[in-house]
Structures are given as structure tokens and as C-alpha cells.
Design a binder for this molecule. Structure first.
Ligand SMILES: Nc1ncnc2c1ncn2[C@@H]1O[C@H](COP(=O)(O)OP(=O)(O)OP(=O)(O)O)[C@@H](O)[C@H]1O
Ligand SMILES: [Zn+2]
Length: 472
């Protein structure tokens, strides 16, 4: 009885054709034999290819005659020879075929957000041959975008993201009609733009725009392919499609603004939005061509660190949903920044918590430093951020640890060693440092301590005092 095709009972040298004992062969002889086998292999592959081409079972080069015949049979305009050549590898997918290609070429997709998700989504939709691609973004390309926003280039830093993507896409596939919108996607324009496209992709990065896009898609009755990515994780779902829920059915109330983290603060590895953006393109293609099962009422969770995908079922459409329910109270677009209590951007807002006399400017801090005035400088960022840049003689106590007993006793010890009562807090941009000051004021026991923060943080220091300090 066979042991399952293993080599039991034979030496390794015999395994394979089992005819020759090669265990005593020289290196040269082995190489010669390998080359011979490789040539035989190539010949076999070629023969197989010719056989398959002749029988029509598989051919990487498709005859446009055969395809055009199939298309005419289903009453569609035939693909040109150039289209057949360009899209041949996807045309031979039985589920997709020339029918899918025709549907894709006739379709239009709107991508809102030309950043980390928008770039991969756009590149795969354009490459696949979508007919018309709308690209919305108000922002300009920055150097720190390039690690993940892969359609922009070093040369185009400082120029419009929408135009930059449009340029890359045109170079990739000149057949695609590209419509760049260098605008803020707001309530006044959203519905008008969305109505001009069949499928919409949410590739943005803020909650206000997510609600706006959702409501515009429900009002215009368009499916919304929604993606997000942060740090090493990503999410993907399709809203308002095939009777599935909309974003509001799942999230009737916006989250408190302070609980929302963006890539600029939380960080993101470029390949992660790459994965999710590609999958947004895939969902759009599936919806347009009616192939497969779209992620409607399902949420796909990608864990890049573990390399795992998990799909969870979402609740269904909510009959009481304010926009897609049975008696919707929202019949037109509203003010989403007001609704969310947050701006429709993830740019740093620059909070002001402290009074002016509780703060020092970077210039004032430089004077204090140069005068060697004894003080304790506390950098409240994460340790990894201090590896990027820091001011001399700081101690690192991350904001989340600032009011812990051991932090307070460390600060008190440092102050008493220096014979000082002055504490200065610093962070990246001067937001967390203000929170730290408030917490220290409450935690430090002696009322005559002076606790201040540096306005604008290390970013202001880099811009105004030390140009050699990196800005991130
Ligand atoms: N309401 C909106 N109108 C137009 N574009 C928007 C809107 N909201 C967000 N965007 C765009 O969506 C894109 C999201 O991209 P991404 O999440 O990669 O962030 P980013 O802002 O480029 O980078 P970072 O957060 O690191 O500064 C951005 O280019 C942003 O300008
Ligand atoms: Zn809903």
C-alpha cells in the first residue's frame, strides 16, 4: 500500500525519477543535469501552452474575435483590440469576462480623499478600466504623505492632491476619464457631486466628512464603500447597499471628538491603508459588475501585525435611522461640523486651555535656557517621539503618566535637587503640554510651584529657534 507518495525506503538521491543514484556526482555534473532538466521543463511548458491554446481551455493571449463574438451575442458594444490586449488577464476570469469589462468601462466611481486610502483605490480602479473616476481633495501633497500616498511624487510636494492623482492615473491608463475636484467636500456641493457617480468611496480621515458622505449617498441612493486605517489596523465595509445598513444605522451619534485619533498623531504604516484602499477598489468593482458578495452588512477587520482578516456581521438597517429609516428626519444635508462638534479635517486644531501667564513662547524659553535658570523640563510625548527629536536636559514623562505618584515624586525630587520651583512642560505642538500643566497644578502639593508650557511645542521650536530640528 502506498504511504502517500513519500520517499520512505528510498534515498533522497533517488527521489524524483528514482532511476539514477546521483549521490556520488560532482558539483559540475549536478549543474549540468539541472540545466538539462530545466530545458526539458521549458519545453514541456511550451508544449502544454500550445495544447491549451489549441483547445481553448486557457490562453493568456485572447483572440479578440472570440471575445467580440461573445459580446455581440449578449448585445453589448464590442471591446476594441487594444482593450482586449490591455485587460486580457481579467477578461479571462469566467465570473468577470468581457461583460464585466464593459460594465466597468461604462461605470463611474467617486473617490473622496486622495490620501493613504484614495491612492491605492484610485490606481486599481483606473488600471482595471473604470470609465470615469472623480477625485476629491482640497489639500496639497506634503513630504510626510509620500510613505503611503503612493500616487504623489517628490516633485509634486506642495501641489494639489486631486491633480497629482489625476496626473498619475492618466499616465497609467489614458482611457479613463479623470475628473479632479480641488474642493472641500461640504454640504453645499456633496449631493450634486455624488449624484454624478454610481459608486462612492470614502477615503477620508474625519468623522464630519464620514457623516456627510453617508447622508449624501443615502439621499442620492448610492452605495458607499467605506475604509479606514490607523497604526497597523484597517477596516472596510459597504454602506447603503443591497438593503444593508448605512453609517448612521450603525453609528447614530458621533463619537466625542477627543476620542478620535488621526494618522498624524497615532501613526500608520503605509502598507496598511494600501491593503484597505485596494480592497475598496475591489468592492467597487464587485458592486459595478455584480460579481461576488459585497461587504454589505459586514465589517472586515484587518490586523496587519498578526496578518489576519476577520469579518463580522453588522446589525441590519435600522427602521428608526434618521436618514435611511422608515420616517427619516434628515431630508437634506445638515451642518456636519456642528453635528460632530469637530472640524471636517484631521489637521491639528491647536487648543488653548491655559492663560497667557501660564505659558512661555519658544523665544522666552530660549532666554530662560541661555540664562541657565534652574527648572525641570518635562517632555510629555511618548518615548518613541523623543527618539526623533528633543530639547536638552528634559525628562520624559508621557502625558498618561503625568499624575502618577511616582512621576510627582520624581518631579519634586528634581526640583529640590535644583533648588527650583519652576516646571516647564513641552510636547509636539503645544496641546498635550497644556493638559500636563493642568494635571500637575492639581497634583503638585506646594502651591508656590510655577508650572508652564511651551506655546507651539517642539514644532514652534523647530520653526523659530532651531531649523535643524526635525518636524514630524
Ligand atoms: N471634507 C473633505 N473634503 C476634501 N478632502 C477631504 C475632506 N476630508 C478629508 N479629505 C482628504 O482626505 C485625505 C485623507 O488622507 P489621509 O488619511 O491619508 O490623511 P492626510 O491628511 O493626507 O495625512 P495626515 O493625517 O498624516 O496629515 C486627505 O488628503 C484629506 O485632505
Ligand atoms: Zn441608516
Amino acid at each position: 500500500m502506498s504511504d502517500g507518495g513519500g520517499t520512505a525506503g528510498h534515498s533522497l538521491a533517488e527521489a524524483g525519477d528514482g532511476m539514477q543514484d546521483r549521490s556520488q556526482w560532482s558539483k559540475e555534473k549536478l549543474l549540468e543535469e539541472l540545466q538539462k532538466k530545466e530545458e526539458e521543463n521549458q519545453n514541456l511548458k511550451l508544449q502544454l501552452q500550445q495544447h491549451q491554446n489549441a483547445t481553448g481551455s486557457y490562453s493568456p493571449v485572447i483572440s479578440s474575435d472570440i471575445l467580440n463574438h461573445q459580446l455581440q451575442a449578449i448585445g453589448e458594444r464590442p471591446l476594441t483590440c487594444a482593450q482586449v490586449a490591455r485587460y486580457s488577464r481579467q477578461l479571462i476570469l469566467p465570473e468577470f469576462g468581457p461583460r464585466g469589462q464593459r460594465m466597468l468601462s461604462a461605470a463611474s466611481v467617486l473617490i473622496v480623499g486622495c490620501g493613504g486610502l484614495g491612492c491605492p483605490a484610485a490606481v486599481y480602479l483606473a488600471a482595471a478600466g473604470v470609465g470615469r473616476l472623480g477625485l476629491v481633495d482640497y489639500d496639497l501633497v506634503e513630504l510626510n504623505n509620500l510613505h503611503r500616498q503612493v500616487l504623489h511624487t517628490e516633485e509634486r510636494v506642495g501641489t494639489s492632491k486631486a491633480l497629482s492623482i489625476a496626473q498619475s492615473i492618466k499616465a497609467l491608463n489614458s482611457e479613463v476619464e479623470v475628473v479632479p475636484y480641488e474642493i472641500s467636500f461640504t454640504s453645499s456641493v456633496a449631493l450634486e457631486v455624488v449624484k454624478q457617480y454610481e459608486v462612492v468611496l470614502d477615503c477620508t480621515d474625519n468623522v464630519a466628512t464620514r457623516y456627510l458622505l453617508n447622508d449624501a449617498c443615502v439621499l442620492a441612493d448610492r452605495p458607499l464603500v467605506s475604509g479606514s486605517a490607523l497604526r497597523f489596523e484597517g477596516q472596510l465595509t459597504v454602506y447603503h447597499h443591497q438593503g444593508g445598513p448605512c453609517f448612521r444605522c450603525i453609528h447614530p451619534k458621533p463619537p466625542p471628538p477627543e476620542t478620535v485619533t488621526n494618522c498624524s498623531d497615532g501613526g500608520v504604516l503605509g502598507a496598511v491603508p494600501g491593503v484597505i484602499g485596494c480592497m475598496q477598489a475591489l468592492e467597487a468593482i464587485k458592486i459595478i459588475t455584480n460579481v461576488g458578495t459585497p461587504l454589505s452588512q459586514k465589517l472586515l477587520l484587518f490586523d496587519g501585525l498578526r496578518g489576519t482578516f476577520l469579518t463580522v456581521k453588522l446589525r441590519g438597517m435600522k427602521s428608526t435611522c434618521e436618514i435611511c429609516g422608515e420616517e427619516p428626519s434628515i431630508k437634506q444635508l445638515i451642518d456636519y461640523e456642528q453635528f460632530c462638534g469637530a472640524a471636517a479635517t484631521d489637521k491639528d486644531k491647536g487648543v488653548t486651555l491655559l492663560e497667557r501667564n501660564e505659558r512661555v513662547t519658544v523665544e522666552e524659553y530660549r532666554t530662560l535656557m541661555e540664562a541657565n535658570k534652574p527648572h525641570v523640563l518635562i517632555d510629555v510625548r511618548l518615548p518613541v517621539e523623543l527618539e526623533i527629536c528633543s530639547l536638552p536636559n528634559c525628562i520624559n514623562i508621557p502625558l498618561k503618566d503625568i499624575d502618577k505618584a511616582e512621576s510627582i515624586s520624581l518631579i519634586q525630587k528634581k526640583l529640590s535637587d535644583l533648588g527650583s520651583k519652576s516646571v516647564v512642560c513641552v510636547c509636539r505642538r503645544g496641546n498635550d503640554s497644556q493638559l500636563a500643566v493642568r494635571q500637575l497644578e492639581a497634583s503638585l502639593s506646594q502651591p508656590d510651584y510655577q508650572v508652564k508650557d511651551i506655546i507651539g511645542g517642539l514644532t514652534a521650536w523647530a520653526h523659530k529657534i532651531d531649523n535643524s530640528m526635525p518636524v514630524y
